[in-house]
Design a protein. Structure first.
Length: 285
């Protein structure tokens, strides 16, 4: 007999790793909540009235999380990925889950759970495919590839914006330091790069030289105005916020499509294995 506490202990490390998922106790049981990072509202809430229901929900979340972690959203889930997730060989939570399921498997409860879980998972997949008009495998494959490509494109845009924003922040600091220390450095030159003068104004001189070196490394001949940089930074920040909102939406869409495709591939593989075994039996007769 499993308890809510045991289920939460099994998934404790996973829940600590996934910032989008949280489990809250309520008077009717336990509520699994999915959060949007930049919103005060949750995206989804699923009530579990029994430990078995909570286990099924968190196991599905864990599988999706691991699939995204292994593929990094850059490719489809492979058979090797699925085996790795099922064996739980990488994350501590996976090893604990695997060991617990094996121990549970000593009785009939585990086999019953596997059948129920697989049936529920495939029913959810069929519903998803029907609702989204993806009952043809070629269309599902195309949609999954397109969603992955779109997600990766947004990820690249966000990284490029973050890189440029970091460059602007560094450049702005150097421009300000360059302007603040310019008079000291001019006086240092006029003093014939005097050792005594340098010792007296070393901090300002070092800041000025660091700024000049940074400009040379960036290939900057004419310094931009700080106000222009601030305006560019504000535009990039605003665009990043929009892109990140779409990034989160596209990530969820990609996750759903890849999960559905992985389930369909798993089913097709099972059918192929069944047909192969059936043919083998017939040949042996």
């Amino acid at each position: 007999m499993q308890s809510f506490e045991k289920v939460l202990e099994i998934f404790r490390e996973y829940l600590a790793c996934d910032p989008e998922i949280e489990v809250l106790k309520c008077r009717r049981g336990y509520l699994r909540v999915t959060w949007n990072e930049d919103s005060v509202y949750c995206a989804e809430g699923i009530l579990s009235r029994t430990p078995e229901e909570l286990f099924e929900v968190l196991l599905s979340d864990y599988h999706s999380y691991e699939e995204l972690r292994l593929t990094k959203g850059c490719r489809e889930v492979t058979e090797e990925d699925t085996k790795q997730i099922q064996s739980g060989s990488k994350l501590p939570v996976g090893r604990m889950l695997s060991a617990w399921m094996k121990s549970w498997g000593k009785g009939a409860g585990y086999e019953r759970w596997v059948k129920i879980f697989n049936l529920k998972q495939m029913a959810q997949t069929v519903n998803y495919l029907t609702e989204h008009g993806l009952l043809e495998y070629a269309i599902l494959e195309e949609k999954a590839a397109a969603a992955t490509a779109h997600h990766n494109e947004l990820s690249a845009q966000i990284r490029a914006a973050e890189t440029r924003m970091a460059e602007i922040a560094i450049l702005r600091t150097h421009i300000i330091n360059h302007a603040k220390t310019r008079e000291v450095y001019v006086a240092y030159r006029k003093a014939g790069y005097s050792k005594k003068f340098r010792e007296e104004h070393e901090a300002d001189i070092l800041l000025h030289q660091a700024a000049k070196n940074a400009f040379d490394d960036m290939g900057i001949k004419k310094l931009p105005k700080v106000k222009e940089l601030q305006a560019e930074y504000a535009i990039l920040l605003e665009q990043k916020k929009k892109d990140y909102a779409e990034y989160r939406r596209s990530r969820e869409e990609m996750r759903e499509l890849l999960t559905a495709k992985a389930n369909v591939d798993r089913l097709l593989n099972m059918e192929e294995e069944h047909d192969a075994e059936k043919e083998k039996d017939q040949n042996q007769r």
